[in-house]
Design a protein around this ligand. Structure first.
Ligand code: APR
Length: 267
């Protein structure tokens, strides 16, 4: 007999309070309640504009072919999400930050580039697809904050692309494009988290983009792991039985409800 959503939330809280190395994996779904559209949901950016997705697949090739043109184009375009500096973390982000503060959640590995986990107070965040507010060197992987460079001035002086102050390599936006490898440091650390974890909380991802979507499949091999999925709709992880159970609903509602149940159990 299937459990109600409330019973599933209580089950997740009970699973979270046992001594665990819990890790959260998140996708665009956790940020939609902050006003950032996802990609493949009913109102997703790719769903509504397949041409934008095709263009996104070309970005990495265009960058490598002509970094100066890539930068001119990047500086002139509003970007996929508009002005990310204006958006705020929502209750889902704060719930994960609270689970970390309680010593339950050890790490958040996110596909989102919006920096909202960091802004919600999560301390250990792996930006698996990079971070919109950073630049990264294509040669040595060193990262800088965007404000460390006056990009408009470099453009005016015809001095693009920006160069790494450490190895003089070409800098790109830290976001990871399709076909671009995941930065080594994040890729290796994420695999370590999958080896260490025995509870995985997967929130707001369609789980169709690799190699991120492989992480839960790797963790599945751990003995006595519990994998919990919170999403508006089932995903391949649900259908393939990678997740032990699936809690339907908005992360901004389900995650705070789980935190409330955890607090009751810890009293
Ligand atoms: N609560 C829970 N789930 C939600 C919510 C919400 N408030 N809003 C949307 N969702 C679900 C959608 O139904 C969908 O299943 O979140 C999922 C988001 O899936 P995608 O839009 O595919 O986003 P994501 O999985 O993060 O995409 C991975 O694809 O284009 C690339 O680099 C991009 O990082 C992105 C990657």
């Amino acid at each position: 007999m299937s459990l109600t959503r409330e019973e599933l939330i209580q089950k997740a809280a009970a699973d979270l309070v046992r001594p665990h190395y819990a890790v959260a994996l998140t996708g665009a779904g956790i940020s939609t309640e902050s006003g950032i559209r996802d990609f493949r949901g009913p109102d997703g950016i790719w769903t509504k504009d397949p041409a934008a997705e095709r263009l996104a697949y070309e970005m990495y090739g265009r960058l490598r072919a002509n970094p100066k043109d890539y930068w001119k184009e990047t500086l002139n375009s509003p970007g996929l999400f508009g002005n990310l500096a204006e958006v705020k973390p929502n209750r889902g982000h704060f719930a994960l930050a609270e689970l970390e503060k309680m010593g339950i959640l050890k790490c958040v590995i996110t596909q989102n580039i919006d920096n909202l986990h960091e802004r919600a107070g999560s301390q250990r965040v792996l930006d698996y697809h990079g971070n919109h507010f950073k630049l990264r060197c294509m040669r040595c992987n060193k990262r800088y904050l965007i404000e460390d460079y006056d990009l408009q001035q470099l453009n005016k002086n015809d001095e693009l692309p920006p160069r790494c102050r450490y190895c003089n390599g070409i800098l790109k936006l830290d976001v990871v494009y399709f076909q671009e490898p995941i930065p080594d440091d994040v890729a290796i650390q994420s695999l370590r988290e999958m080896e260490d974890c025995d509870l995985l909380l997967i929130c707001g991802t369609s789980a169709v983009v690799y190699p991120f979507a492989n992480l839960p499949r790797i963790a599945r091999n751990n003995a006595n792991i519990t994998i919990i999925e919170v999403n508006m709709e089932p995903t391949p992880l649900t259908e393939d039985g990678i997740s032990d159970y699936f809690i339907p609903g908005k992360t901004g509602e389900v995650l705070p409800a789980i935190v409330a149940e955890v607090k009751k159990l810890r009293k």
